[in-house]
Design a protein around this ligand. Structure first.
Ligand code: ATP
Length: 712
């Protein structure tokens, strides 16, 4: 089922007119109470999202640390809380690794025991997440952003944002994040946020029963998801605008802003990391950047675009293999194999053993005496080893992430991409640093002061991370804002912008679709992208459902029984109303839902009661007892001449959010087309063979474009 925005907004306006009709103080308060409903939902959603995100952070971090050891004083504390207040040089006695707890000495192979326990926990967590998803809420799998985009684009996916999905996605996220697989919780948190809003709006019928208003709230909730995921409220609003929302009026911008802010404040108040800060990976750089560094920053942009383009191709290739082969029937086995392989590969490499969030936080840091160097990347004179390990980790990370994104577990792609970009970025930074140290007199380096450190590899990690996310998602403004809200590194906005821009260009050279659009395409969701490639040069008359195939309702001559029969025998979502079938003079359109409602309302009348749909020429032709169906009809449906171009029709679907269009010539109906028809045609023409089928099926009146999205 699709949303007809124009129709929904008309209903809303009618509702408001009735509400404001009375006058007096009671009406004033009624209007006030009605207007505040959306804000109540938004604020409650913000609070809920902040709370859930904090809970996922705490539980996920604890489970992740359990893979290596346990806190002997209080088992429920993670490593950093267990060793709270200790300097990095001091030994933390309360945190004990499993090897020590089991009294395995170095000779007894403590490394092997630790390794095995790490694998055991990783695989168990991943399998538990998979089990929860498959057993209780299949829609809790993956990131959910492609589906949210589709829903906000006007289609309905039932149970996608229900209570079970929310519960399982939250629990599953703790487990999947803790498993150490190459995935992130950031995208899925958008789904969590939308589910919260969807549940909280249920008691408010004026919102939950109006698909257009519902989508405004969901767009705002999506902003809250990113706000808590990255501690980035403004980035969240922009993410919602740039990536997930289809229709984003000023009102939604303001609502998103409020929802994102409430969620961020709640998260800060919950303070899950005990840092008292919203900025998650705060970096303090003591140096600015130099002009010559723009060259490596551009190279990082190119690398980001290459990574993004390649990642999408590989990931979709793996997904189609999964769909075509026996693997499809064994999702648990697949999760087991990927989790086992990830744990086996992750443990020996220090960059991969830590959680991706911790990796990113450390790679962003400047080397200084006050920062812990847990990854061993700040040793002077030791570059070749760490650089090769960094590059190895980024390649392996990319391979593992492309298998992981698509598994039946809650999993996002934003953080792994950030991690991969930070790895190659830091490697590049270290190489440039060595080159600068070895060539201090080079002409290009004249802006570097002698004997003072000139290059900051941490900045390269940030720029690399931004370029990788840009390459994968093809977002621009929101990534830049997220990056500086995430790190507080406002000084580096320009390099980040340059890298993101280049990565988008390079990525677009592969394919204009980002990872989410690629998945929408892969899943064949009926999403009419308003950034889609040019529409084929066709006339609507070539592709519409023609008059001879259209089931119409004549203005007179129907009874309640015949209309009821029509609803039982015809599956269509609506019917054009014409004066008579012969010359098909168009009077309006009645949707299936309205017709059903009108018939149900008249259930006390005899089934033989006549019904009429109006038309001035019919005065006198209908009996007095005839049931007037005019209030349920749309008297001014959107129409176009049948000789209009497909491009015009498509842009009306995209920009006005229409569900259907009728085509007429001098007032006579010629045919019709639905939004899903337009989506189907646009997708079919990319493949000429499918197009032949599409048009042939169309004229046979049997278009079944997708079975993924349920119809109502
Ligand atoms: N009254 C009608 N008579 C004949 N064909 C119709 C009529 N209404 C729609 N169609 C055609 O039938 C197909 C299904 O249309 P329908 O209105 O049921 O929904 P949809 O939005 O296109 O798809 P879905 O039902 O899968 O959500 C489309 O190809 C459309 O052009």
């Amino acid at each position: 089922m699709r949303t007809d925005w124009i129709h929904e907004y008309t209903i809303e306006q009618l509702r408001l007119r009735i509400l404001r009709g009375g006058g007096g103080i009671t009406t004033y308060f009624r209007v006030l109470a009605d207007a505040s409903q959306a804000w109540v939902v938004l604020i409650l959603s913000g609070l809920a999202v902040g709370f859930i995100a904090a809970a996922i952070d705490i539980a996920g971090n604890w489970l992740a640390d359990v893979k290596t050891g346990v806190c002997t004083t209080s088992f429920y504390l993670n490593h950093s809380f267990c060793c709270w207040g200790l300097q990095s040089t001091e030994q933390c006695k309360d945190w004990v690794t499993w090897g020590h707890l089991l009294h395995v000495g170095p000779a007894g192979g403590v490394y092997v025991v630790q390794y095995l326990i790490f694998i055991l926990f990783s695989v168990t967590f991943a399998l538990s997440a998979c089990f929860l998803v498959l057993q209780y809420a299949p829609y809790a799998r993956q990131s959910g952003i492609p589906e949210i985009k589709t829903v906000l684009g006007g289609f309905v996916i039932r149970r996608f944002m229900g209570g079970w999905t929310l519960l399982i996605k939250s629990l599953g996220l703790c487990l999947s994040v803790a498993s150490g697989l190459w995935l992130g919780k950031e995208g899925p948190l958008v789904h969590v946020a939308c589910s919260c809003a969807n549940i909280l709006m249920k008691p408010f019928h004026s919102i939950s029963q109006n698909e257009a208003r519902k989508r405004e709230i969901l767009s705002a909730a999506a902003a809250a998801g990113i706000s808590v995921a990255f501690g980035s409220p403004i980035g969240g609003v922009l993410f919602s605008l740039e990536q997930v929302s289809y229709y984003f009026p000023d009102k939604t911008m303001w609502q998103s802003f409020v929802c994102a802010m409430v969620a961020a404040v709640t998260l800060q108040f919950m303070n899950p990391f005990r840092t008292e800060k919203l900025v998650m990976y705060q970096v303090i750089f003591t140096r600015g950047w130099h002009d010559f560094e723009l060259i490596p920053f551009c190279v990082l942009g190119i690398m980001g675009g290459l990574y993004g383009g390649l990642f999408i191709k590989v990931n979709i290739f793996i997904a189609s293999l999964r769909r075509k082969t026996w693997v499809k029937s064994f999702p648990v086995l697949e999760v087991f194999v990927v989790a086992l392989a990830s744990a086996l590969i992750n443990y020996p490499n220090v960059f991969m053993r830590v959680q991706v969030s911790e990796l990113v936080a450390n790679l962003f840091q400047e080397c200084s005496a006050t920062n812990d160097d847990i990854l061993d990347i700040c040793q002077d004179g030791k570059t070749a080893g760490p650089v090769s390990l960094l590059i190895l980790a980024s390649v392996l990370g990319m391979i593992l992430a492309s298998f992981t994104f698509g598994l039946q577990i809650p999993a996002g792609i934003l953080l792994p991409s950030m991690g991969i970009g930070a790895l190659y970025g830091r490697a590049m930074g270290m190489v440039v640093q060595v080159w600068q140290r070895n060539n201090p007199t080079a002409w290009m380096l004249r802006s570097c002061e002698p004997d003072v450190q000139c290059i900051t590899p941490g900045v390269y990690a940030i720029v690399g991370a931004a370029s990788a996310v840009g390459g994968v998602t093809r977002m621009t403004v929101s990534i830049v804002v997220i990056m500086f809200e995430l790190t507080g590194a406002l000084t580096y906005v320009l390099p980040i912008m340059v890298a993101v821009l280049i990565s988008k260009w390079v990525g677009d050279a592969f394919d204009r679709k980002g990872i989410y659009e690629a998945w929408i395409n892969f899943q064949e969701y009926p999403f009419l992208d308003n950034r889609e490639e040019p529409v084929p040069d066709l006339l609507v008359s070539q592709v519409m459902t023609r008059l001879e195939d259209t089931v119409m309702i004549e203005a007179i001559g129907h009874t309640i029984a015949s209309l009821d029969d029509l609803l039982h025998t015809q599956p269509y979502k609506g019917f054009p109303v014409v004066a008579d079938a012969r010359d098909a003079l168009l009077l309006g359109y009645i949707s299936r839902t309205e017709l059903r409602y009108a018939i149900d309302k008249a259930r006390n009348l005899p089934r033989t009661t006549e019904c009429h749909f109006g038309g001035s020429s019919l005065i006198g032709a209908v009996s007095e007892n005839s049931l007037d169906m005019r209030p349920w009809m749309d008297h001014t449906p959107m129409t176009l001449p049948a000789r209009s171009s497909l491009m015009l029709a498509t842009s009306l679907f995209q920009d006005l959010g229409l569900r259907y269009l009728l085509f007429q010539y001098h007032g006579q109906l010629q045919g019709l087309m639905t939004k899903k028809d337009a989506w189907f045609i646009l997708n079919s023409v990319k493949d000429e063979k499918r197009f032949v089928h599409a048009t042939r099926d169309r004229f046979a009146g049997d278009v079944n474009s997708t079975n993924v999205i349920s119809s109502s």
